[in-house]
Each structure stands twice: as C-alpha cells, then as structure tokens.
Ligand binder design. Sequence first.
Ligand SMILES: Cc1ncc(COP(=O)(O)O)c(C=O)c1O
Length: 387
Amino acid sequence: MIYFDNNATTRVDPAVVEEMLPFFSEKYGNPSAGYRFAKACREAIEVARERVAGFIGADPSEIVFTSCGTESNNAAIASALRAQPGKRHVITSAIEHSAVLKYCAALGVEGVETTILPVDGGGRISLDELEAALRPDTALVTLMLANNETGVLSPVFEAAELLRGREVLFHTDAVNAAGKVPLALEGSGVHLLSLSGHKFHAPKGVGILYVNRNVRFEPLLIGGGQEGGRRSGTEAVPNIVAIGKAAELARAFLAEAGSQRLAALRDHFEREILERVPGVVRNGSAEHRLPNTAHLSFEGLDAGEMLLLFDQKDFYCSSGSACSTGKAKPSHVMLAMGHSEERARSSLRFSFSRYNTDAEVETAVALVVKVAEKLRSLRSPGVVVGG
Ligand SMILES: Cc1ncc(COP(=O)(O)O)c(C=O)c1O
C-alpha cells in the first residue's frame, strides 16, 4: 500500500514502540506511588519531558502531557479565559481545526465572544486585521501554525511579536507543524502551544501543551494534581515515553535536513501531477507552507469518487472534507479561502512522511493520472452513431 495521508496520522516509529513496550509489561507502576517500583515510571516521564522540551526549544518545566491535541487546544483556551476573569473575548481564524473553532463556539453560551479572522486566497490571515480586532477584553489570540488541509503556515510568530507588551495571551495549534518544520519557542512570545503525538510517529492518544513559565495556568482537568496540578489524571506512561522518543527522533530528522527531504518528495509528486493531469491547480500559498503537503484541485472531478478508486488500489490520501454524516461537506478551509463548493469538492490532500519514497511517488502519480483519465472519460458525452 501507499500511504500519503500523514497529516491525518502517522505510522508509529519502531524505535518508539520499542521504548514504550516495557511500560506495559514490566514497569507498570503508578508514577504517583512512593515506592521504588514506581520510580522508573517517574524518571521515564521526566526524560520524555526533557526530550519534548529540546524538540520545541522550551524548558522542561513548561511541558504538560495531555491525552491529545484536542485536549491541549481546549485546555489552552479554557485557561486563558479562567486566568483573566474580566476578559471574555477570543480571536481566532476561519481555518482553524474544530478543536478550536467548535470549542470557542461552545463557550458562546458562557458569554465568551469570538472574532473569527478571515483569510486571503492563499489561506493566510492579515496582521492588520488581527490588530484591528483586539479589544480591551481580549483574553486570547489563537492561530494555528500549519493548516492540516492545505499545509499553509500562518504568521504566528509575527502575531506573537505584534502582541508583545499587550495584555493578551497567544496560543498556537502546532499539531500539524511538528516534525515538519523546526520549532524554537524560547523568547518567541508564544504563551501556549499544542502538539499531538500521532502526527509525528508516536501513538494516538497523547498530546503536549506548552505553557510558558511566566503565564498563569488554570487547569481544565482537576483531580489528583498530576503534572504539577496542571493536568490531573494518572499519567499514560507508555504514551508519554513514546511522545518523548518521537520528539527526539523528529528533532534529529529535522537537524539532518528532514524538511528538505520531505519537500523534495512533495515537489516531485506535485510537479508530475501538474504536468501530467490536465485541469489541476494548487491551493494555498506556495511560499508559506509545510514541506510535506500538496493540496490540489482536479477540475470537474469529485474527490470522493477519486478516493474510492484509490482505495481499491491501496493508495491512501484525503479529501479534507468532514464526512461524519455520510454526505461530504465542502471544506470550511477551502470556502474561507474564497473557493467555490465545486472546487472544494474536487480537492485532494497528499501528505508525506519520512517513510515515503520516490518509488512510491512514481507509482502514485501513475495511478492518479489513470484515475483522472478514467473518471473524465466516463463524464465526457458518448459518441452518437448514425442519424
Ligand atoms: C491542526 C490540528 N489540530 C488539532 C488536531 C486534533 O488532534 P488530536 O487528534 O490529537 O486530538 C488535529 C488532528 O487532526 C489537527 O490536525
């Protein structure tokens, strides 16, 4: 099979599996227990914390382990509001993940107002519009670093600079950026940042919330006081060990020109498709985007139909459309960029990882060419014989 859907989730690295296994079988103590048997678990958590901190250029004390990216996003927004009780306004953007957009919408019943910034045709917000949206009661600005559908990078570090010295917290959902572009948080002005392990070769069900040491944090989960009271719940030791190892591997990958390797694969694929399939256009800023993502519209074709044919050949990518009800809704990201529903429905996302190869790119390109030709020939009017 060929898997080009690495923005959805990634394969767990075998070295990650190896490190986490003993924490299911031999080292299964509860890290909060005082006895020696649990000590290995406590120590392993701290090793993971150091590795994650090294990966994102932070201090270990600023790393909180959570259950997923969704929890990290929810916790960041909740904390910003609870830590500043007089402030009830949040600014975000129209292309955020539902873990931000729907959470902000849900807070509406509690009287929290959300300003949703528009994006331009390239999928980027305007810093001027961000500045204009600020209010005395703005508690938080939350903007994603990399869009999961298009791969477009938002100007989050510029936004953090803009907010410097103002009493507004800044959070970024970096879930889809981690492992693809380097992160260096120290001195960046970012107060809160979310990551999710399964996007960079750790298992599903573990996330990170970076909380800058100068920021007051109010926990979402309250109970046993684990993670220094910032996230109660018995620590998922195997998963925490895994995300630590994955962070270490991702850091090494990026240090060895990993971003460039991903970009070379993606560019090879994109070039071939643009050359060999008529009516294909690229979506989103070509300049500001992740190295691993190609987001393409196939004029006149239906992404859902293409995916069905790809599936039969064991080739996996994504339409970027939410399909929970059975009827695919056009992507809110494409609509926010000003594209038509038709163009949104003809779009596919191809996202690469370090496990993909040039040989896979060749095979996948040939398949995409064939599928596009087949669907187009079915659409073209039949030849009429005789009278
Ligand atoms: C940008 C972004 N934010 C948040 C999430 C949610 O992460 P998780 O699946 O770990 O809850 C995802 C996952 O698809 C994502 O792509």
